[in-house]
Structure formats: structure tokens, C-alpha cells
Design a protein around this ligand. Structure first.
Ligand code: GLU
Length: 485
């Protein structure tokens, strides 16, 4: 790559920011960083009905949250702006006039009914519907006349006939299209707004984009865009169409598969570095079996020639595993910050916890860190401290309290606990040994009934830590509740 690499992400701000969009943004970002190039972010908002500023803000915030920062484009500016399509209409107009003047585009006055009839006729013959080109050779005078009459029109590109449109896609390889199947498509709608396939070409060319890296679903748009590059006399960039993201059932990833937007993952308490790591592996195959990549490693190693042609499968367990890895790198304050909103939502923490509560919450989160793969899971883990109406979670758990020695164990523990000056993880720990010795029972028969009586479950952090966090009063209460003492 001798020329400076310039890549771009061009979202349509029409709804939640899909995880697939984030992956496209990331791949562009990584290519730019890897090559020392420039990453541009611009907005494709010509679909006025569906585009909102709110959605644009969400996308920008999500990109920033993921640390996918751009060098040029919306908000940051640059020499090729404006970076919102609706602010570039005058620019587009200039090119449309040029195409019309050169006979590379033409006015089409066909009515919806005419077009529909034409389409039905083609379908009846088993042909792929393509515009017949009826208005392509309208005499100049007729065009002028119709314009004067104020007839509604669209503008179509005059696509060269009988040609093969070929692209050498950096992911998909050599792909060919028949220009006759592309036909003379609309480039400016009757409301005067140019369509995506047209704007995107002018934007990419005028912003000197060298590599168009985007989702596979845009591959079918590419022949139209190539026709327009040629018509406008712009150099055609390199294309790289990245495979679809599928759910585990190998069907296109959708809401049925769970959360699909970046915001949902953020709300569930996933970490941005983990998401970036996970997204990078959705299609990119490193040359080793390494799975955890720091951002620097991704930048260093990411190249398009290792982006796979076959679809990527979104495996939530893998995301959880990766996220867990990053969660374990957090210190107590950071872990607390990730968990707090979830505890608040569950009613387990005040809106603004005072010092003592904050310290307790921090200690609790820290104690639970082996059980929390992503933020929202803290709620389940913390339940043992808050939900008082619990029962042993299943029969196996209930059976623990039916052990013959359980009542004596709980009784002795209760007495020993009452006798402690202070209940801390360190003061509680020796009690278990003491009970073992005193009652001559194995460790398991000490730890398990106490754990089940106090928490209702058989797993969790060290029992002395739980007891200390729960506090003397509540532990005693639960020992009583067991009905065994
Ligand atoms: N605006 C398009 C989208 O959000 C992107 C088009 C492109 O990258 O060329 O899917």
C-alpha cells in the first residue's frame, strides 16, 4: 500500500447502532491504524424519514465508548467536509448537472404505473426487472417541454450496455456483474434527493477513500457504484466486503438471537475493550490461536488478507469469556464502577452511596469477582445478601441441611459467631476448623450447611468472606430461619 490509506465508516443514523456496524467501524479503524492512514466517519442521512440526530449521537457515543476514534469527519472536521450527506446536496447537484450535460445521466418521466406495468411484463417473461431505458433517448426538445410543463421526474444513470463489471474484492475475490442487469437505475429521486448508491460514490471519491470496507450486504450495490465511478471519471477504490454475522443457528444475526445493539451490551455491563477484542475476531483470523488481544496487538496484527470469506458466528459464550478476562483486570474501584449501576437498578444500592455503603459495595463486588462475567451478573451474585425470602435453590442444596450433623454445626457456628468481638473474614475463618474439631465432622459437613443456610446456594466466594460481608446480625437471622436451631 504505497498511497496513503484512507478508509471510512459511513453509518445511516436510522436506529440502534448494530453490533455489525461496530464491527465494520472497527475493521476500518484497525486498517487505518495499522497502516498509519486516516479513518473518516461521515453520516449517510439522505433517508430523511428514518434518519435522526438522536441516532447519530448514539452511534458517535458508542464509537467513542469503544475507543474507535476517527481522524476526520463529523464533529472533528477535516478538509473534505461537510460530513453529513444532507449538507452536501449542492455538491452533488454539480455532479448531476455534469452527468446530464455529458449524456451520462438523463431525466426519466415514466410514471409509477408505467414502471409497474413494465416490471410485471418482465416478471411474466421470467426476466429480472430492469428499467427499459424508455426515456434514455428522449429528444432534447421533449425533455425541455416536459420540464417546462412541470412533469415529475427522476434522474437515471445511462449504464453502458453489454459490459462486464468486475471488482477484485479484497475479501471476496474476483466478482463479476452483468451491466444489463444493473440497468439505468435512479440516482436522483423525484424529491431531488440523490440516492445512497450515488452519494456514496461522490463522497468516497471526494474524500479520497482508498479502501471501502463494509458489510457484505453492500456487495450487490457495488456494480451500481462502479458504473457511477466510471461515469463521474473517478478512480475506483479497493473494496473489501466483510461477511455477515450469523447467530449460532447459522441464521443472520437478529433480535431473536439476543442483544444486537452496542448500547444493549453497554447496558449489560460489558467492557469496551472486551467488545473490541470480540468484534475483531468476528471475521478476522489471526495467524495463531491467540484469542485475547490488546488494542495495540490488534493494530499491529490486523490485515485485510486475514479477513475470512465465510460468515462469522456470534458466540455469546465467547464474548462472556473474553469479557470475564477483561473484568479480572479491573481493580476494586473499577469493578465497583462497572457493577454499581446494576446494583442500583436492582435496588441493592442507593443512588449516591455514602462512604460506608460504598465501601461495603466495593468489598462485595470484589468478593464476587470470580462470579461476574459482565456487570449485570453482579445482581445475581449479590442476591444472597439482599433477597431474604430465599429457599435452597434445588433438592441437592436442600439435602445439605438434612444431614444429620447439620443442626449441631449451625448451632455451634451461631454460638461461636456470637462470641466474636468483631466479625471479619479473618476472625471467622478459624471457626470452621474449630467446629470440625469440636464436632468431629469433615470440613464439607461444616462449610456446606452453613453456606446453604446463610446463602441458599452451594457455590460462591469463600464462606468467611460472605459471613463478614453479611454481618453478624443477618447471618444469625438466617441461621434461625433454617429452622434447625
Ligand atoms: N450507510 C450504509 C450503512 O449504514 C453504509 C454504506 C457503505 O458503507 O457504503 O449500511
Amino acid at each position: 500500500m504505497s498511497q496513503e490509506v484512507r478508509v471510512r465508516f459511513a453509518p445511516s443514523p436510522t436506529g440502534p447502532f448494530h453490533i455489525g456496524g461496530a464491527r465494520s467501524a472497527l475493521f476500518n479503524y484497525l486498517v487505518a491504524k495499522h497502516t498509519g492512514g486516516t479513518f473518516v466517519v461521515r453520516v449517510e442521512d439522505t433517508d430523511q424519514k428514518r434518519s435522526t440526530r438522536e441516532s447519530e449521537e448514539n452511534i458517535k457515543n458508542a464509537l467513542k465508548w469503544l475507543g474507535i476514534n476517527w481522524d476526520e469527519g463529523i464533529d472533528v472536521g477535516g478538509p473534505n467536509g461537510p460530513y453529513r450527506q444532507m449538507e452536501r446536496l449542492d455538491l452533488y447537484k454539480k455532479y448531476t448537472e455534469q452527468l446530464l450535460a455529458e449524456g451520462k445521466a438523463y431525466y426519466c418521466f415514466c410514471t409509477t404505473e408505467e414502471l409497474e406495468a413494465e416490471k410485471q411484463e418482465q416478471l411474466a417473461k421470467g426476466e429480472t426487472p430492469v428499467y427499459s431505458g424508455k426515456c434514455r433517448d428522449l429528444p432534447k426538445e421533449t425533455v425541455q417541454q416536459y420540464l417546462k410543463e412541470g412533469r415529475p421526474y427522476v434522474i437515471r444513470v445511462a449504464t453502458p450496455k453489454d459490459q462486464t463489471i468486475a471488482i477484485d474484492d479484497l475479501v471476496r475475490g474476483h466478482v463479476e456483474f452483468d451491466s444489463n442487469k444493473v440497468g439505468d437505475f435512479v440516482i436522483v429521486k423525484s424529491d431531488g434527493i440523490p440516492v445512497y448508491n450515488y452519494c456514496v460514490v461522490m463522497d468516497d471519491a471526494l474524500m479520497h477513500i482508498t479502501h471501502v470496507i463494509r458489510a457484505e450486504e453492500h456487495l450487490s450495490n457495488t456494480p451500481r457504484q462502479v458504473v457511477l465511478y466510471h461515469a463521474l471519471g473517478f478512480p475506483v477504490p479497493q473494496f473489501a466486503h466483510v461477511s455477515l454475522i450469523l447467530g449460532k443457528d447459522k441464521k443472520k444475526m437478529s433480535k431473536r438471537h439476543g442483544a444486537t445493539s452496542v448500547q444493549q451490551y453497554k447496558d449489560m455491563g460489558y467492557l469496551p475493550d472486551a467488545i473490541v477484542n470480540f468484534l475483531a475476531l468476528l471475521g478476522w483470523t489471526p495467524d495463531s490461536d491467540q484469542e485475547i488481544f490488546s488494542r495495540e496487538e490488534l493494530i499491529q496484527q490486523f490485515t485485510l488478507d486475514r479477513v475470512a470469506k465465510n460468515p462469522a458466528v456470534f458466540d455469546i459464550e465467547k464474548l462472556n469469556w473474553i469479557n470475564f478476562h477483561y473484568m479480572k483486570q479491573l481493580d476494586a474501584d473499577q469493578l465497583y464502577a462497572v457493577c454499581l449501576p446494576h446494583l442500583q437498578k436492582a435496588g441493592y444500592a442507593s443512588e449516591t452511596p455514602a462512604e460506608t455503603e460504598m465501601q461495603w459495595l466495593k468489598d462485595m463486588c470484589w468478593a464476587m469477582r470470580e462470579h461476574v462475567q459482565y456487570g449485570a451478573q453482579i445482581v445475581d451474585a449479590a442476591k444472597i445478601f439482599f433477597a431474604d425470602d430465599f429457599k435452597p435453590e434445588n433438592e441437592e442444596t436442600a439435602a445439605v441441611l438434612k444431614e444429620e450433623t447439620a443442626p449441631a454445626v449451625l448451632k455451634m457456628f451461631s454460638e461461636e459467631l456470637a462470641a466474636l468481638d468483631a466479625v471479619t473474614a479473618d476472625t471467622v475463618q478459624p471457626l470452621f476448623k474449630k467446629i470440625q474439631k469440636g464436632l468431629k465432622v469433615k470440613g464439607k459437613f461444616v462449610y456446606m450447611p452453613i453456606r446453604v443456610a446463610v446463602t441458599g446456594v452451594m457455590h460462591g466466594p469463600d464462606l468467611n468472606v460472605i459471613v463478614a460481608l453479611m454481618g453478624r446480625h443477618k447471618v444469625q437471622e438466617r441461621l434461625q430461619q433454617s429452622g434447625l436451631i
